[in-house]
Write a protein that binds this ligand. Structure first.
Ligand code: DGI
Ligand code: FE
Ligand code: FE
Length: 191
């Protein structure tokens, strides 16, 4: 890893989250090899996926405005979601990433979206199953991801949506669209 780049990322996100990033890279590369994704893109998207997860007290609305990000009402309401679109923007302007597929994978890494690309899927799920994570049900999901990527992702999305409902949290429409899309694709209509 380029030292200056590493330094910049650690300064912004802190050591702990940087270590999470390294684990996401390893997991994503492992999946990328299995599912035949472009490993350069996988590595780049994983490296920068949380590049906007700044430490400390951040005025996310102001930050979004400064970077010309258009936020929907759900992101204004739940500001934990802002680091994903903001990350795509920062990857573009600060880290000079030009690949739209990579930028999209960063943009949608928290919620997912309808009809996800293989790169979107790998970043989304590597973030969820990296070895530092410890959610209930994770062992089953880890196993499934390596057998059937879509089924594994659907389990992870179901888990996340259930968790959010239990916590009385607003669910972003992209999370619902992503889950519905996979569910319908995995269970085609019979008549
Ligand atoms: O940034 P990370 O912590 O590595 O992971 P992430 O970007 O997936 O963020 C995870 C958090 O985002 C987790 O607490 C669940 C939450 N989340 C995911 N989808 C939604 C959501 N929160 C809300 N309110 N609505 C969603 O649709
Ligand atoms: Fe994130
Ligand atoms: Fe992450």
């Amino acid at each position: 890893m380029d030292r200056a780049l590493e330094f910049e990322l650690i300064k912004d996100m802190g050591e702990e989250r940087y270590n999470h990033t390294l684990r996401v890279i390893e997991t994503a590369l492992e999946l990328g090899r299995i599912y035949k994704a472009d490993l350069e893109k996988v590595k780049e998207a994983a490296l920068f996926h949380d590049c906007a997860k700044f430490q400390g007290q951040i005025n996310w609305l102001k930050m979004a405005e400064d970077f010309d990000i258009i936020l929907d009402t759900y992101m204004e309401y739940n500001q934990d979601l802002i680091h994903a679109p903001l990350g795509a923007k920062i990857a573009r302007v600060k880290y000079k990433i030009e690949d739209e597929e990579v930028l999209d994978a960063i943009y949608y890494h928290t919620t997912g979206r309808e009809n996800m690309t293989i790169l979107d899927k790998i970043i989304y799920i590597a973030d969820y199953i990296e070895p530092g994570r410890n959610f209930p049900g994770l062992d089953e999901i880890r196993k499934e991801v390596f057998t059937n990527l879509d089924k594994g992702i659907l389990l992870a999305m179901d888990n996340t949506i259930k968790f959010l409902v239990d916590k009385n949290k607003v669910i972003h429409p992209n999370s619902l669209k992503a889950r519905n899309f996979l569910l319908m694709e995995l269970n085609p209509r019979i008549r």
